[in-house]
Design a protein around this ligand. Structure first.
Ligand code: AMP
Length: 190
C-alpha cells in the first residue's frame, strides 16, 4: 500500500494537536509534530533546542532550514515508512515546497491536507484554557498575539497554495472533539 501522509493545517489553538493524536490512534501512524519535537529539543538543551528556544518563546517561527532538517530526519525513520500524521509542520511557503520535494524524493506525496477552520474568538478562548492546563511559555498573551500574526502573515498563504495544488478538506473546527474527528473521518474516508 502507498504511504499515507496527512497534513494538518490551522491556526494556533485550532485543535491540530488533539485531532492529530486521535488520527495517530485510529490510523496507527506515527505523529510528526515539529512543535512537539522542538519543545523536546528545548527541554533537553540540544543544539536544535538552543537555536529554537528564544524564537519559540516569543511566538515567532523557527527557520525553514531547521524545520526541513527535522522533517527530513523524521521521514527517514523506519517507523514513518507507511506514512505519518504531520501536525504544524508546514507554516511557510518554502516549507510547503520543501516538504513536497522531500516527499517526492521518497516516492511519496501528501494523501490529504486537512484544514481546521476556527474563528479568532474561539482560538483565544482555547489558548486561554490551555494556559491554565499546560503552562506553555508561548501561550502567554504577547506570544499568542505574535503567533496569530505569524499565522496570518505566513501560514494563511500556505492554505491557498495547497488549495491550488490539490484538494484541501476544510473542516469546521467548532463542536466537540468527537464531532470534529467524525468530520475528518468522513472527509478522508478512513
Ligand atoms: P506548535 O506546538 O505547533 O504550536 O509549535 C510551537 C512553536 O514551535 C511555534 O510557535 C513555532 O515557534 C515553532 N514551530 C513549530 N513548527 C514550526 C514550523 N513548521 N515552522 C516554524 N516554526 C515552527
Amino acid at each position: 500500500m502507498a504511504p499515507f501522509d496527512l497534513l494538518l493545517l490551522g491556526p494556533p489553538g485550532a485543535g491540530k494537536g488533539t485531532q492529530g493524536a486521535r488520527l495517530v490512534q485510529r490510523l496507527g501512524l506515527p505523529k510528526l509534530a515539529t512543535g512537539d519535537l522542538l519543545r523536546d529539543a528545548v527541554a533537553r538543551g540540544t543544539a536544535l533546542g538552543q537555536a529554537a528556544r528564544a524564537v519559540m518563546e516569543a511566538g515567532g517561527l523557527v527557520s525553514d532550514d531547521l524545520i526541513l532538517g527535522i522533517v527530513r530526519e523524521e521521514l527517514d525513520r523506519p517507523t514513518a515508512a507507511a506514512g505519518a500524521i504531520l501536525d504544524g509542520v508546514v507554516r511557510t511557503l518554502p516549507q510547503a515546497e520543501g516538504l513536497a520535494k522531500l516527499l517526492a524524493e521518497r516516492g511519496r506525496q501528501l494523501s490529504h491536507v486537512v484544514f481546521l477552520d476556527v474563528t479568532d474568538e474561539e482560538i483565544l478562548g482555547r489558548i486561554a484554557r490551555r494556559r491554565t492546563e499546560e503552562s506553555r511559555a508561548d501561550d502567554a498573551p504577547e506570544a499568542v498575539a505574535r503567533r496569530l500574526k505569524a499565522y496570518r502573515d505566513q501560514t494563511a498563504p500556505v492554505l491557498a497554495w495547497y488549495e491550488t495544488h490539490g484538494r484541501v478538506h476544510r473542516i469546521p473546527g467548532l463542536g466537540t472533539m468527537d464531532q470534529i474527528s467524525e468530520r475528518i473521518r468522513q472527509a478522508i474516508g478512513r
